[in-house]
Design a protein around this ligand. Structure first.
Ligand SMILES: *Cc1c(COP(=O)(O)O)cnc(C)c1O
Length: 494
């Protein structure tokens, strides 16, 4: 399998997956995509049903990462989805009412990003070897909370990789701050900056593109790499859990092999739902993909009108990981449905004018695969309360957005096919918002809120969060934005 850029209008350059994972983004600014979708048949799915998650992951990744050996993929998958990292299993499906809720947050940081970030660092480390790269990778991350911790946990002590994370000192919750400050590992470093998330992000972008810093890094035998969701290495592992969930539902007798399954995904950067779309295009029996947005409903507008217009108010919501106005991975969908030239045109319109429009044919084509709904703040809270009161099922605000959209879709269409909903975070990651939704007063302190949520609901918080209060702080440095580059150089000199 070869990979090409979504903006390579001449289709001239084709790359192996190891190169693509090491590189992250194409030189023309496009995203890497597989040249074609590998096919899985009903027999393939049947065979996967008899396997465990690690085996399924190695098999499915092997369809895309054809330059990796089966041993390499099996090794990476078994290290990533181990019992230590995922005590309850890589994924858990809870049947709630008539919805199948696919909990993707049983990993070490209690958010779905662990599903990709536990394995991607291992794929990168192997890619460095495969590409004959003599330097080691330095991953730089600017985070508003969740991604930073998931990346740290994934890259900690992985060979030939180091990671440095910057977060806004006052822009993350106390629990998120402690998650990062207490990170273990000999190849990690964390620094808070005086400023907001945008300051951190533009600082990182400046450093990334600085020839001066790159040269200093090169002298130390290092090169920059990134951990964000435009990297194919983060997308590929997400395809696995949709196919795996289908197998689990067959095994549990919830569906018959061959039945179509609808899938709802609470969406931000469009990475998670795109993985489900790719699974469908590979041949997994999937009906509709329901794209669920919070109050930042740019994707709902896009799928209903064909206009993507980012010139609008940005809302900070209780589902912050979906507060996004540029859903980067939408570029891949646009490419799959058109070609590099048309796709590059949309992206040019977006960057120059903040808007692009797809024609009615293309919009109608998307409607065959997608439906889109949005859920405002009060509906999000109502959904959390409704599901707890009716089913004793506690969900986080991101998942609640998905549940609302799934139920709304069923109500409007009467579609009776089984519904899988991606659940993207543990409710305990957002204890304060969940308590408020349940009508409880919210303690000032994060850990008090966590304890109260546990007490009021009779549920148990994930150990990785409750044990944080006693963890040892390793990184408590706060720096100015202009000290970020020297911080990177210091880290490189170690
Ligand atoms: C990142 C994230 C999302 C959004 O996923 P995308 O792949 O960016 O669409 C949803 N929920 C949670 C909890 C997340 O961390």
């Amino acid at each position: 399998m070869k990979f090409i850029s979504t903006r390579d209008t001449n289709n001239l350059n084709k790359f192996d997956s190891a190169f693509v994972i090491k590189k992250g983004i194409a030189d023309d600014g496009g995203l890497f995509v597989p040249e074609s979708f590998p096919v899985i048949t009903a027999d393939d799915i049947k065979a996967l049903c008899a396997k465990n998650y690690v085996e399924r992951a190695a098999d499915i990744l092997g369809l895309f990462l054809t330059d990796y050996t089966a041993e390499e993929l099996k090794g990476a998958a078994s290290a990533a989805y181990s019992k230590e990292a995922f005590e309850d299993g890589a994924t858990v499906i809870s049947k709630v009412g008539d919805n199948e809720i696919l909990e993707l947050w049983h990993g070490p940081t209690s958010a779905f990003k662990d599903m990709a970030l536990q394995i991607m660092p291992r794929l990168l480390s192997t890619a460095i070897e495969k590409c004959g790269e003599t330097r080691d990778a330095l991953i730089l991350v600017a985070t508003s909370g969740d991604t930073g911790k998931a990346a740290l946990e994934g890259y900690a002590d992985v060979d030939r990789v180091r990671i440095l994370v910057f977060y806004p000192s006052e822009g993350v919750s106390r629990i998120q701050k402690l998650q990062m400050q207490t990170q273990k590992g000999n190849n990690v470093k964390v620094a808070a900056i005086r400023g907001n998330f945008d300051d951190a992000q533009s600082g990182v972008k400046r450093i990334f593109t600085s020839a001066d810093v790159a040269e200093k890094l090169d002298q130390k035998g290092l090169f920059f790499s990134s951990a964000n969701s435009i990297n194919w290495g983060r997308l590929a592992p997400q395809i696995v859990y949709y196919i795996s969930a289908y197998c689990d539902l067959v095994n549990e007798g919830e569906i018959n092999l061959g039945d179509e399954l609808n899938i709802t995904v609470p969406t931000g950067n469009f990475g998670n739902i795109l993985a489900a779309y790719i699974a469908k295009k590979m041949g997994l029996p999937v009906g509709k993909l329901i794209c669920a947005s919070n109050k930042n409903n740019i994707l709902t507008d896009f799928f209903t009108t064909g206009v993507y217009d980012k010139r609008r108010v940005f809302y900070a919501t209780i589902s912050p990981s979906m507060d996004i106005l540029i859903s980067s991975n939408l570029e891949r969908l646009l490419y799959f449905a058109t070609d590099a030239e048309v796709c590059a045109g949309f992206m040019k319109d977006l960057s120059e004018n903040g808007i692009f429009t797809v024609n009615e044919d293309l919009r109608a084509k998307f409607e065959e695969d997608f439906a889109a709904y949005c859920c405002d703040e009060s509906l999000t809270k109502e959904t959390i309360k409704k599901y707890f009161d009716s089913y004793s099922y506690l969900c986080d605000p991101h998942t609640a957005v998905g549940i609302y959209a799934a139920d709304k879709y069923k109500e409007e269409t009467g579609d009776k096919r089984a519904m899988l909903i991606a659940s993207t975070a543990s409710p305990y990651k957002f204890s304060a918002a969940v308590l408020e939704a349940l009508g409880e007063s919210v303690p000032e302190d994060d850990f008090e809120a966590l304890r109260k949520l546990s007490e009021k609901t009779g549920t148990v918080p994930p150990k990785n969060l409750s044990s944080l209060a006693d963890a040892v702080v390793r990184f408590d440095k706060i720096i100015d934005v202009k000290e970020m580059a020297p911080e990177v150089e210091d880290f490189a000199a170690l």
